[in-house]
Design a protein around this ligand. Structure first.
Ligand SMILES: C[S@@+](CC[C@H](N)C(=O)[O-])C[C@H]1O[C@@H](n2cnc3c(N)ncnc32)[C@H](O)[C@@H]1O
Length: 164
């Protein structure tokens, strides 16, 4: 049986997830090696990260649609890919300057091209399994960020790429 690590952390909710110290530090502890931060946003992480955000105003190395970036990347494979997209159309319109997330299923199917075997995909959102076994991933760590009151928790999952 595989061990699943679990963290439960209380913190407020913010549209720029990593501006919250508790979440940023969890991400920094959990990431490994060369990190590709696909929806990078405002906050730089204390990591060896390559940053992408469609919004030109964000501090990033690239400003491409996430799916376009993954499809066009010809560089070295990453050890960790961080996913923190806007999930809902309404949220994109209201909170992220009308930047709409690429089709998420296509994004997930393309990720293995850019990730080294043994690497991690770390996702912030509403699901515990994101990449899943069919794509060759195994859930290794979960965190629940509890925002209190009537606000839903944020689920972070770390899935290890173990292709056959
Ligand atoms: C939930 S925020 C996360 C930001 C970051 N993780 C942080 O904590 O600051 C989503 C980010 O994705 C960017 N974004 C939206 N659609 C995108 C797309 N299609 N490709 C790349 N970035 C996108 C937005 O500009 C926004 O900064």
């Amino acid at each position: 049986m595989k061990t699943l690590y679990f963290d439960h952390i209380r913190c407020p909710l913010h549209r720029y997830t990593f501006s919250l110290k508790a979440i940023r530090e969890w991400a920094e502890r959990t990431c490994e090696g060369r990190v590709f931060n696909l929806f990078a946003g405002e906050t730089k992480l204390a990591l060896d990260e390559t940053r992408n955000d469609l919004n030109q105003a964000m501090p990033a190395d690239h400003h491409l649609d996430a799916l376009v970036f993954l499809r066009e990347w010809k560089g070295e494979q990453f050890n960790t890919i961080l996913l923190d997209p806007p999930y809902a159309y309404r949220k994109s319109m209201e909170l992220y300057q009308r930047m709409v997330c690429s089709p998420f299923r296509q994004l997930k199917d393309t990720i293995p091209n850019c990730l080294a075997p043994g690497g991690l995909v770390i996702t912030f959102g509403y699901h515990s399994i994101v990449m899943g076994r069919k794509r060759g991933f195994c859930l290794e760590r979960l965190a629940l960020f509890s925002h209190g009151g009537a606000i839903h928790d944020t689920i972070a999952s770390a899935e290890r790429f173990t292709p056959p």
